[in-house]
Design a protein around this ligand. Structure first.
Ligand code: HBI
Ligand code: FE
Length: 288
C-alpha cells in the first residue's frame, strides 16, 4: 500500500507510535451488523477455498462471535498462542512505524469500518480487512514468525532504499498469496480472503497466471492496486515461505535486483513454474 500517500506525523489523539484506543464501545448497532454481514458472506464462501490454518485461526480466536471484535480480548487470545497482539491505528501509517510494530509482534489494524456503500471496494484498510483478513493466520506459529521476520526485513530494507522491492513480497504473499496443500490450491492472502469477488477470481477464474513462488522473481514483479491481480504466486507451505525468507541474505539480493529489469504484472518467464497460464481475458476486457 506504499503507493497511497500518507501523512508522516501522527494525527492528534494518536500516540507517537500512531496507536489510538479502539473505543470498542463507540461502534453503532449498524456497524456491528455490517461486520456480521461481511463475516457471514466471507466465512461461508471460504470453506474449502481457504487454507485450513485460516479457519483454525477463526475458531481458536473466537472470531465468529457476532460483532466487531474487541482488540483487547482478541489480543489476549492471540498473545497466548503466538505472542502477537492487535493495536488500533487511524488508517495507513508510515512504513517505518508499520514495520516497527510488526517486528515486535504487534499487528496494526484500522479501528473504523467501511460504509455500507463500500462493501466491495475500499482504498484504506478497515477493521474488516485488517482483522478478518490478517489476524486468523497470526494464530499460526509459522505464519506468525514469517510476519515478524517481514517486519524486521522491512526495517532493514528502509536502510537499503529497497522498500519498493520488499513491498512486493508482502503484496504477493500476505495480501494476495495462494498455497498448494495436498494438491489443492487454497487462498491465504488477506486481500483475497476479505474480498468476495477476488476470492472467486483468484482461485477459479481462467484469467490470471498462477505461478510457483520464488522470492527473487516476486520482488521483481510490479502489482496492481486498482483491480484484481493478473498474477498470483503459489507457495508450497508456510514453512517454505518462512525458510526462503530467513535463508536469504537481502543485501546482495537487493544489489542484484538493481541490475535486473522489473517485470510487468502479466509476464511469464521461461524459468517460471507455471501452474496455470492465464488468458488475461478479464484484464483485457477491463482495458478495452
Ligand atoms: N499501514 N495501517 C497500515 N496498514 C498497512 O498494511 C500498511 C501501512 N503502512 C505501510 C504499509 N502497509 C506498507 O509499508 C506495506 O504494505 C509494505
Ligand atoms: Fe492488508
Amino acid at each position: 500500500m506504499s503507493e497511497i500517500s500518507k501523512p508522516q506525523t501522527p494525527p492528534s489523539g494518536a500516540a507517537a507510535d500512531w496507536t489510538i484506543p479502539q473505543e470498542w464501545s463507540r461502534y453503532t448497532v449498524q456497524e456491528h451488523a455490517l461486520w456480521d454481514q461481511l463475516f457471514e458472506r466471507q466465512a461461508s464462501m471460504l470453506r474449502g477455498r481457504v487454507t485450513p490454518a485460516f479457519l483454525q485461526g477463526l475458531d481458536v480466536l473466537r472470531l465468529s462471535k457476532p460483532g466487531i471484535p474487541d482488540f483487547e480480548e482478541l489480543s489476549e487470545r492471540l498473545r497466548k498462542l503466538t505472542g502477537w497482539s492487535v493495536v488500533a491505528v487511524p488508517g495507513l501509517v508510515p512504513d517505518d512505524v508499520f514495520f516497527e510494530h510488526m517486528a515486535n509482534r504487534r499487528f496494526v489494524a484500522g479501528n473504523f469500518i467501511r460504509k455500507p456503500d463500500q462493501i466491495d471496494y475500499l482504498e484504506e484498510p478497515d477493521v474488516f480487512h485488517d482483522v478478518f483478513g490478517h489476524v486468523p493466520l497470526l494464530a499460526n506459529p509459522v505464519f506468525a514468525d514469517y510476519m515478524q521476520a517481514y517486519g524486521e526485513g522491512g526495517l532493514r530494507s528502509l536502510k537499503f532504499g529497497s522498500l519498493d522491492k520488499l513491498a512486493r513480497l508482502y503484496w504477493y504473499t500476505v495480501e494476495f498469496g495462494l498455497i498448494r496443500e495436498a494438491g489443492d490450491l487454497h487462498l491465504y492472502g488477506a486481500g483475497i480472503v476479505s474480498s468476495y469477488g477476488e476470492s472467486h477470481f483468484a482461485l477459479d477464474d481462467p484469467s490470471p497466471n498462477r505461478l510457483g513462488f520464488d522470492l527473487q522473481r516476486v520482488m521483481r514483479t510490479q502489482y496492481r492496486i486498482d483491480d484484481y491481480q493478473q498474477t498470483y504466486f503459489v507457495i508450497d507451505s508456510f514453512k517454505d515461505l518462512l525458510q526462503q525468507t530467513l535463508d536469504t541474505d537481502f543485501a546482495p539480493l537487493y544489489a542484484e535486483l538493481e541490475t535486473l529489469p522489473d517485470l510487468d504484472t502479466e509476464t511469464i518467464l521461461p524459468t517460471d513454474r507455471v501452474l496455470h497460464r492465464g488468458t488475461q481475458a478479464y484484464a483485457r476486457q477491463k482495458a478495452s
